[in-house]
Design a protein around this ligand. Structure first.
Ligand SMILES: Cc1cc2nc3c(=O)[nH]c(=O)nc-3n(C[C@H](O)[C@H](O)[C@H](O)COP(=O)(O)OP(=O)(O)OC[C@H]3O[C@@H](n4cnc5c(N)ncnc54)[C@H](O)[C@@H]3O)c2cc1C
Length: 264
């Protein structure tokens, strides 16, 4: 480590003032602290959001579920409201990383970080969620910009994520055994009988929608309809964990499993 100043604001106004002045927000530190130890990032000032109580609420707002940025994965996974109104999200959160990661990692940190294999971005994209910041509201279709990039401006703080609650939805991933990050994760969602949206994570430089699966599943919401869609491996990642062709096959298999689960 190296020298940096640490502040722990207790109100959103103070946190926003600090980050506007150049302090780096610290959520659970699950990515940020490791990045600092590796010197991938060297912030001079840290603003720990852990003391800002209003960032940790989960609440139902009409047809939406609003989850505060500092809500830990373990709390989303075990929350009674989330489990009853949006079980697919509770399942996703309770299968992130391991127990330690879920105890500290947050939805805001995950979304701001936009790791190309993170689970939450697929839920946001499939549901058409909105990222609420201290400056504006950003529709998810304009939020994720590619590898570890988002539409957030310097100093802008995520306050919450607002999910329209889908009528049916499910998430399935094949996890890397060492980390539990998905090799491929697929989130399938349908809102009020409207078109089906399918978001894929772990496949490339960031989360993306799969138009072929969306069209097929909007016509017929069945595992067979997903199976009939040919998944092109062009552009998918190939690395020591899996080839692009293997990932393409996983997209098909995870989509079929997710649809079967959403129908169960
Ligand atoms: C071993 C391990 C396994 C993991 N497995 C999975 C997995 O299976 N699936 C998965 O999806 N993720 C996984 N993760 C990621 C983890 O769940 C966290 O979501 C992620 O590391 C972000 O951590 P954090 O919330 O503590 O944010 P931090 O590390 O504190 O912050 C991350 C980034 O977000 C910024 N930030 C934080 N909060 C805000 C905010 N409110 N507004 C603006 N910017 C903000 C920070 O400045 C920093 O740049 C894993 C991590 C580890 C270490």
């Amino acid at each position: 480590m190296y020298a940096f100043s640490y502040e722990r604001p207790s109100s959103l106004a103070d946190a926003a003032r600090l980050t506007a002045g150049g302090a780096k927000p610290l959520a659970g530190g699950q990515t940020l602290l490791a990045s600092m130890k590796l010197r991938l990032t060297q912030p001079e000032r840290i603003a720990d959001l852990g003391g800002v109580k209003e960032l940790s609420a989960i609440r139902k707002e009409g047809a939406n579920l609003v989850i505060g940025a500092m809500t830990r994965h373990a709390d989303v996974g075990s929350n009674a409201e989330v489990k009853s109104t949006f079980p697919a999200l509770a399942y996703l959160a309770s299968h992130i990383g391991d127990r330690q990661v879920r105890a500290l990692g947050t939805i805001g940190g995950s979304v701001a970080n936009n790791d190309p294999a993170a689970c939450y971005p697929s839920a946001l994209l499939a549901c058409g969620a909105t990222v609420v910041t201290n400056q504006r509201e950003i529709g998810v279709d304009n939020f994720f910009k590619g590898l570890f990039e988002t539409a957030l401006q310097d100093g802008e703080l995520i306050i919450a994520v607002r999910f329209p609650v889908p009528t049916r939805a499910a998430y399935e991933k094949l996890r890397q055994k060492a980390s539990n990050f998905p090799l491929i994760g697929v989130f399938v969602a349908q809102l009020s009988g409207g078109p089906v949206r399918v978001a894929v994570t772990g496949g490339g430089n960031g989360v993306f929608r799969h138009n072929g699966l969306e069209d097929a599943l909007t016509r017929s919401f069945t595992p067979a309809a997903a199976q009939a869609v040919r998944i092109d491996s062009t552009g998918l990642s190939s690395d020591l964990h899996a080839t692009a062709e293997y990932r393409a096959n996983l997209i098909s298999v995870m989509a079929q499993r997710a649809v079967a689960k959403a129908l169960a």
